[in-house]
Design a protein around this ligand. Structure first.
Ligand code: SAM
Length: 340
């Protein structure tokens, strides 16, 4: 049985301490990014999770309160597009005030980030916003992100800066699609003192027709940035997914998430909660643990703690490190469902 007083010694089989939960609050999105929710698959016939199976805010709070007892410190609200979920600010407010989560962040495509929304998110206690930004070219948005409806990027960037101080962006780099925009994105980010992260295109889910040939290794991106700027490495802790560099004489940093070429499983301190309340310990998992059913069946806090302890203490997954060695025939879950 778990002793909640020994949270700091609470590790998995590879000595990884649980600290971070990513929650997918909806599996729906108003974008159809080719690498995540391609339009051919996520069309009108696609079966999204039914309303009565989606975790309610009360259930998310209940789970978060319990997981806080085993080390939970940080939560990222994601999806799908998290701003499609009604009253998301109310969930954030409760996570901050009732649960006392140290850091609550959100990843969003930014399309619904009005000044009013940003103000509401800030006053609810949200600590930071990461904007997914794959291109600065409005024609390419249709090709990469599958949306014709465009928003005013500068206005959204200014809004994030106004309410959250620092703008953070994520760019998934895909060969032949947006790899020629890396320096333009850097220039833009220097202009607004932002943190930019380049993500290697990953083989998440089964829908995106992933191909190693389309991956641009982080070291190539770094090389092209170094050809123009002087960079110095920033020390990050073991659980950080990104290698980070500061760009000299600017207030900008650039990070690299290199799941394909430099996997970081050994520092992974995170679990994921799917839209329908399944717990996953790896982004590339085939199967999750049905926390929602346990909660809905009236399990006590102690039962849930034991259930979680049992999962975490036996955890040994390190998909990215074994990607090219161990191949599973089972389908991987989609990122929109499990939370990006
Ligand atoms: N809709 C929100 C958004 O666009 O930011 C949140 C969900 S999205 C799944 C979260 C992040 O996952 C985005 O930054 C997106 O670029 C990233 N992502 C999705 N599919 C990916 C893939 N195959 N490889 C790398 N990153 C991916």
């Amino acid at each position: 049985m778990i002793n909640v007083n020994t949270v700091n010694n609470y590790k998995d089989m590879l000595s990884r301490q649980f600290e971070y939960l990513r929650i997918s609050v909806t599996d729906r999105c108003n974008y159809r990014c080719s690498y995540c929710m391609p339009a051919e698959i996520f069309n009108k016939d696609y079966s999204y999770i039914k309303q009565n199976k989606i975790l309610s805010y009360e259930e998310i709070i209940q789970i978060s309160l319990i997981l806080k007892k085993v080390g939970l410190k940080k939560i990222r609200i994601t999806g799908g597009e998290p701003l499609l979920r009604k009253n998301i600010d109310k969930l954030i407010y409760k996570l901050k005030t009732e649960v006392g989560i140290e850091h609550v962040s959100m990843t969003t495509n930014g399309s619904l980030l009005t000044d009013e929304k940003l103000s509401l998110l800030k006053s609810s206690g949200l600590d930071s916003v990461t904007l997914s930004l794959d291109t600065l070219n409005s024609d390419k948005i249709i090709k990469i992100n599958g949306t014709k409806k465009q928003f005013n990027l500068d206005k959204v960037l200014q809004g994030i800066e106004k309410y959250f101080g620092k703008v953070k962006t994520n760019t998934v780099v895909i060969k032949g699609i947006n790899d020629n925009e890396i320096l333009d994105i850097i220039i833009k980010m220097i202009e607004i003192n932002s943190e930019v992260r380049f993500i290697e295109y990953m083989d998440v889910g089964e829908s995106n027709n992933w191909d190693l040939e389309k991956v641009v290794p982080s070291k190539d991106i770094l090389k092209s940035i170094k050809s123009r700027y002087s960079l110095s490495l920033i020390k990050t802790d073991k659980s950080s997914t990104a290698e980070k560099w500061s760009i000299e004489n600017t207030n900008t940093s650039v990070g690299f998430i290199s799941s394909i070429t430099e996997p970081f499983c050994n520092g992974c301190n995170r679990a994921r909660l799917s839209v329908d309340g399944k717990l996953y310990t790896c982004l590339f998992a085939n199967e999750g643990y049905d926390l929602k059913t346990i909660i809905r069946n009236g399990a006590s806090e102690k039962d849930v703690l034991n259930y979680f302890q049992n999962i975490w203490s036996k955890r040994s997954d390190r998909y990215s490190e074994l990607r090219f060695i161990n191949k599973s025939d089972l389908p991987k879950v989609e990122m929109s469902y499990i939370g990006g």
